[in-house]
Structures are given as structure tokens and as C-alpha cells.
Design a protein around this ligand. Structure first.
Ligand SMILES: Nc1nc2c(ncn2[C@@H]2O[C@H](COP(=O)(O)OP(=O)(O)OP(=O)(O)O)[C@@H](O)[C@H]2O)c(=O)[nH]1
Ligand SMILES: Nc1nc2c(ncn2[C@@H]2O[C@H](COP(=O)(O)OP(=O)(O)OP(=O)(O)O)[C@@H](O)[C@H]2O)c(=O)[nH]1
Ligand SMILES: [Mg+2]
Ligand SMILES: [Mg+2]
Lengths: 291, 279
């Protein structure tokens, strides 16, 4: 683990004196390696290390802990302050909530839309799903299946070739019902596909969502900053959902995303069942990234 | 030109930044930079253009000479190709692309819908079967995946097809039960066609970071993979993790996915891949 490695690095540093640039140089290198291996973005790691260095140099070496443990605490605290100190759940109003689900291909949007709908229903809301992926084969079938399986109304139209028009139909259905939160599932797309990003902007215009949630795969590597910052720049993301955290991916993308956009991670996906969703706990994520 | 002027220690930092961001892993990068520094310190050339060539040569060496061509059955039985991989990495779409690729070569192709678990997975493959004009063997949602594989092999033999492509459900390598299910599908196929599956290909999303290595290691441990398909290379992710994977396991990349359409599949070229890392 990182703390074992850092303990080793400081094996020769006695219990007195200060942490200096030279004696923490090796420690900083170990931290850099650990974070890169955990998939944190290179540039994010660089600025993170600078912040840790700044907080460490000049620190008195405490008698009660080893210098290694001291540095681990500085790293841990610095990361928690970056990720947020506590879970930041979505704040829903009593009714009229509109949430757009966006992201790259295959990240888990459709499954997550259904998970959120069921999660909100458990909180006392009446959810509604809108099938706005008219491009992927059987995407509509997939959301309709999830809606049936979980008793959630779904607005879809297999004959409508315009997503904006389907979105308007969904808004109309919701208006004439007692639904309190509507979730709009969209097709996966690349942040560099200008036409498809423009489609999302057009949908945002029509839907006027309170939340735009970016769904990201926990195993995403260095590219996380590219996709999330493009989506944020063009749409404005209000929150992130990290999926497939039931695997053993370290999830460094979480830190990259938070550091780059400042967007809070709201939930995590922990499996394929509709109940496999949890509030994001920053401290648990920090422990996972630090290994 | 990526680097200008004389070779300097700053340059090695820039190299590290560029290469790490391709997802090939910091340890791979450090090894590579070490080899290059060594080589360049002994060379009389001091121009930085020499550095990029040195990196590319080193990367190609790390990738091991691997055979990127598709295996075919040696006897008059269908060649069975099974697609496996983590959720959402592009298996079903890659099956469709491969079917299209083989049909263009005038081969007889059949598909098997062995994802009987996920919502509308069978419908998704069915639409691709119709679009490519391929026969699809399918059961109802929730059926035993191995039973579908068995039926498909029987049908493939009876209809004398050249290729049988098996689509499986996405799963995490960390889920022991689901890995057992894949082994059961493989054993079932072997019952009818002893040397099958001739190819077991794992899809790796180009967006994946270091976790792609344990994915491949565990799938390979359990199934003996024959190759990878690197998908979604039309994005900005470089897929550099395959260099690390090849360096450790020598598993070839047979194809790359470069889009969502049935034509968006290309054969993998080590040289083109290495060049693209610098674009
Ligand atoms: N293990 C695991 N699998 C997940 C999780 N979330 C989604 N999946 C699976 O990931 C795969 C992709 O999920 P989808 O919901 O279809 O992804 P998507 O983003 O809607 O895909 P596109 O619409 O094609 O962009 C499916 O096999 C899901 O069951 C998760 O938290 N854990
Ligand atoms: N841009 C791009 N998208 C791709 C590529 N390959 C697949 N996709 C998209 O990725 C998403 C997931 O593809 P699928 O074929 O459903 O993935 P899968 O591995 O079968 O997913 P599960 O069965 O749920 O595990 C779909 O939206 C595909 O269109 C590719 O090469 N490029
Ligand atoms: Mg979807
Ligand atoms: Mg599939």
C-alpha cells in the first residue's frame, strides 16, 4: 500500500527535525506513481503533488507518528478536500424535476437512468423515463424493458426520428401526470462529435433540465479529463455518476473529474441490478484510490 | 515536430507526460525512457527528432511480434469466434462488424445470442442480424447461455457455415460465477466442435486505464484468450494500455473499432497504432 511504501521511504528519517524538500522528494515520487497507477490524470497528479509538497515542507516531524504516516495524512486530507468532505446527494424539489443523463458510449447511462428512477421512488417521488436514444439498435427496447420490469412509465416513440420532438412528448406526458421527476436517457456519444454535442444542446434547450448528470465508467483512464471537460464546457454538468465500481478499477478518474470540473460525484453504480446504486462517499473513494 | 532543439532533461519529462496520457502506464513509460536515455546517450546524434523515432522503435519492440490475423478452422467445421469482455466495451457491436467484414469476404456467417441476461440484448443483436442479413440463433430472455451456444453450434454445422460468432453478456472479471458461466459456454462449444472456439476475443474499450490489464489477465487465465479487439478508438483515448498488455501477455490485437456502424472495424497494425499515439 502507499503508506507502506512511504514508511519505507522515511526509514532513515529520525523523529526530530522538519520535513524538507530533499527528504520528501522520494515520498512525492512514490505518491505520483501510486496515483498514476490508480488512473488519476497526469496533469492532475502534478498539481496534486505540488499541493502536497507545499503542505509538507517545513512541517515539524511529529514524535507520535512516523514521517511516512504524516505524509499519508497530508495526502489523504488534501484528496478529501478535493473530492468533497461528505456525500452530496441530488437535491430534488417536490415536483417538476427534470434530469438529463449524458455520457460516452457504453458508460452505463440507460441502466443508471432506471436505477435513479427506482431510487427516487423509494424516496417518495413518482419517476418517469424518456427514451431519447433513437440511434443504438434496441436502445428504446432496453429502456422500455427496464420500465416494465420496475413499473415505471416510459415515454418512447419508435416512429419519431427527431429526439427533440420525443423530448417534447415526454414533457407533455409528465405535465399531464402526477410524476415528480423525469429522467431523460440519451444516446452515448463522443465529446468530439460536434453534431451530436449540438443535439444535446438542443435537447437541453427544450428540456430545461435542473440536473445534467455525466455518467462515467470507473475504469476510465487518462481520457476522463478530455470527455468530461468537453461535456461540461458545452452543456454544463451538474453532477457525475461513476459506474461499474463493483469491479476492481481504482477509480482515479473520479479525482481527475472532480479536479478538472469541480462537479460533485453524486452516485456510484455497483452492479447491473436496478438496486445497485449508492450515494458517492468521498472518503471511501479516497481510500480506494490510495490503495 | 514534437520536440525541438537539443535533447534535454526537460524533454524526458515531456515524453513522460505524452506517453503516460496514452494509458500505457507509468512503469512502462519509465522502462521505455530508461532504454531511450541509455541508447541516446551513446549516440552522436543530439537532435530531438531522433527521439521520437527512438520511442517508436522501442514501443514496437515492446509490443512483441504477434499474429494479428484471424484463425480459421483447419477442418470442414465452422470457425467459432467467441466475444467476451467487461460491460459496455462493444462486444455486440463488434460481432455485427465482424459479421459484416466476413460477409464482404463472401463467407457464410451465423450469429449466436448468448447474452440472455441484459434487457433487450437479444433484440439488439437481432437488429444487427437483420441489417447484415445474417442468421441468428436465439432463445428467450433468461435462457441458459450455454444451451443457446449448443443450439448455435448444431445449426452452424447443419447449415455448413464458415463462421459462427458468439456474443456473450458483459461481465466483470472479478465476478467468479460469471467467469464460470463463460467457461461453461466454452466447454459446451467444445463438445460439438473439439477445437472450438477457434478465437476467443476480448473487447477492450480504448478509454480504459490500467484496469484493462487485470481484465485481460483474468479473462485469459480462465479462458485462454486468442486476441483483443480495441474499441472506440475514434474517440480521443489512445488505448496505450494494449502496449502494456502485449508486453506482459503477448496477446495480439486483431481488430480496432472506430465507430458505431457495421463498417467501422479495421485490422490492427502495430506501426499505425504507434504512429497514432503521437497524433
Ligand atoms: N457491473 C456493472 N455493470 C454495469 C453498471 N452500470 C451499467 N452496467 C452494465 O454496463 C453495460 C452498459 O450499460 P448501458 O446502460 O447499456 O450503457 P449506456 O451508457 O446506456 O450505453 P449506450 O447507450 O450505448 O451509450 C450493461 O451491460 C450494463 O448492465 C455497474 O454499475 N456495474
Ligand atoms: N464510438 C464508438 N462506439 C462504439 C464502438 N463500438 C461500440 N460502440 C458503442 O458502444 C456502446 C456499447 O456497445 P455494445 O456493443 O452494446 O457493448 P457490449 O459490450 O455488447 O455491452 P454489454 O453487452 O452491455 O456488455 C454502443 O453505443 C455502441 O454503439 C466504437 O468502436 N466506437
Ligand atoms: Mg444507453
Ligand atoms: Mg452486448
Amino acid at each position: 500500500s502507499l503508506s507502506d511504501k512511504l514508511t519505507k521511504v522515511f526509514r532513515n528519517l529520525r523523529g526530530y527535525g522538519k520535513l524538507s524538500e530533499s527528504n520528501i522528494k522520494d515520498a512525492l515520487r512514490e505518491i505520483k506513481l501510486a496515483l498514476l497507477e490508480a488512473d488519476v490524470n497526469y496533469k492532475v497528479v502534478k498539481s496534486f503533488i505540488d499541493a502536497v509538497k507545499e503542505k509538507s515542507v517545513g512541517e515539524e516531524v511529529l514524535k507520535s507518528v512516523t514521517p511516512g504516516q504524516q505524509i499519508v495524512k497530508i495526502v489523504h486530507d488534501e484528496m478529501v478536500s478535493l473530492m468533497g468532505n461528505k456525500a452530496e446527494a441530488l437535491q430534488l424539489r417536490a415536483k417538476g424535476n427534470r434530469i438529463m443523463i449524458v455520457g460516452l458510449q457504453g458508460s452505463g447511462k440507460t441502466t443508471t437512468a432506471a436505477k435513479l428512477a427506482v431510487h427516487f421512488r423509494k424516496m417518495g417521488h413518482k419517476p418517469h423515463l424518456a427514451a431519447l436514444d433513437i440511434q443504438r439498435p434496441a436502445a428504446i427496447d432496453q429502456l422500455v424493458f427496464l420500465g416494465k420490469q420496475n413499473n415505471i412509465p416510459v415515454t418512447f416513440d419508435k416512429n419519431d426520428k427527431k429526439v427533440v420532438s420525443i423530448a417534447k412528448k415526454a414533457l407533455e406526458h409528465v405535465k399531464n401526470s402526477d410524476c415528480t421527476v423525469s429522467l431523460f436517457d440519451t444516446a452515448g456519444r463522443l465529446h468530439i462529435d460536434d453534431q451530436l454535442m449540438a443535439e444535446l444542446e438542443a435537447l437541453k434547450d427544450v428540456i430545461q433540465p435542473h440536473e445534467i448528470l455525466f455518467v462515467a465508467d470507473a475504469m476510465t483512464g487518462q481520457d476522463a479529463v478530455n470527455s468530461v471537460s468537453q461535456f461540461n464546457e458545452r452543456l454544463g454538468i451538474s453532477g457525475v455518476i461513476l459506474t461499474k465500481l463493483d469491479g476492481d478499477a481504482r477509480g482515479g478518474a473520479a479525482l481527475s473529474i472532480r479536479a478538472t470540473t469541480g462537479c460533485p460525484i453524486r452516485y456510484v453504480g455497483l452492479g447491473e441490478k436496478v438496486s445497485d446504486i449508492e450515494l458517492f462517499h468521498p472518503d471511501r473513494m479516497v481510500s480506494r484510490i490510495l490503495g | 515536430t514534437l520536440f525541438r532543439g537539443e535533447i534535454s532533461s526537460d524533454m524526458y519529462e515531456d515524453i513522460e507526460e505524452i506517453l503516460v496520457q496514452t494509458d500505457m502506464g507509468i512503469d512502462t513509460v519509465m522502462k521505455l525512457v530508461g532504454n531511450i536515455e541509455n541508447r541516446l546517450s551513446r549516440s552522436s546524434k543530439k537532435d530531438s527528432a531522433v527521439v521520437v523515432d527512438a520511442i517508436k522503435t522501442e514501443l514496437l519492440a515492446m509490443m512483441n511480434q504477434t499474429d494479428n490475423t484471424l484463425r480459421t478452422a483447419s477442418s470442414p467445421v465452422p470457425t467459432v469466434i467467441m466475444l467476451v469482455g467487461v460491460n459496455g466495451t462493444g462486444k455486440t457491436t463488434s460481432v455485427a462488424k465482424m459479421a459484416n467484414h466476413l460477409l464482404k469476404q463472401k463467407k457464410k456467417v451465423m450469429l449466436a445470442a448468448c447474452d440472455t441476461f441484459r434487457g433487450a440484448a437479444i433484440e439488439q443483436l437481432d437488429i444487427w442480424a437483420q441489417r447484415t442479413g445474417t442468421y441468428l440463433v436465439k432463445h428467450q430472455h433468461g435462457a441458459d447461455a450455454a444451451a443457446v451456444a449448443y443450439d448455435a453450434c448444431q445449426a452452424a454445422i447443419a447449415r455448413n457455415v464458415d463462421y459462427l460468432l458468439i456474443d456473450t453478456a458483459g461481465r466483470l472479471h472479478t465476478n467468479k460465477n460469471l467467469m464460470e458461466e463463460l467457461k461453461k459456454i466454452k466447454r459446451t462449444v467444445q463438445k460439438l466442435i473439439p477445437e472450438a472456439p477457434h478465437e476467443i476475443l476480448i473487447t477492450i474499450d480504448a478509454v480504459s486505464g490500467q484496469n484493462a490489464l487485470p481484465q485481460v489477465q483474468i479473462f485469459n487465465d480462465q479462458l485462454s484468450l486468442t486476441g483483443m479487439i480495441l474499441t472506440k478508438l475514434d474517440g480521443t483515448a489512445k488505448g496505450g494500455i494494449v502496449i502494456k498488455i502485449q508486453h506482459e501477455i503477448s496477446l495480439p490485437v486483431k481488430f480496432i473499432g472506430v465507430g458505431e456502424g457495421m463498417d467501422d472495424l479495421l485490422p490492427f497494425s502495430n506501426q499505425e497504432f504507434v504512429n497514432a499515439l503521437f497524433e
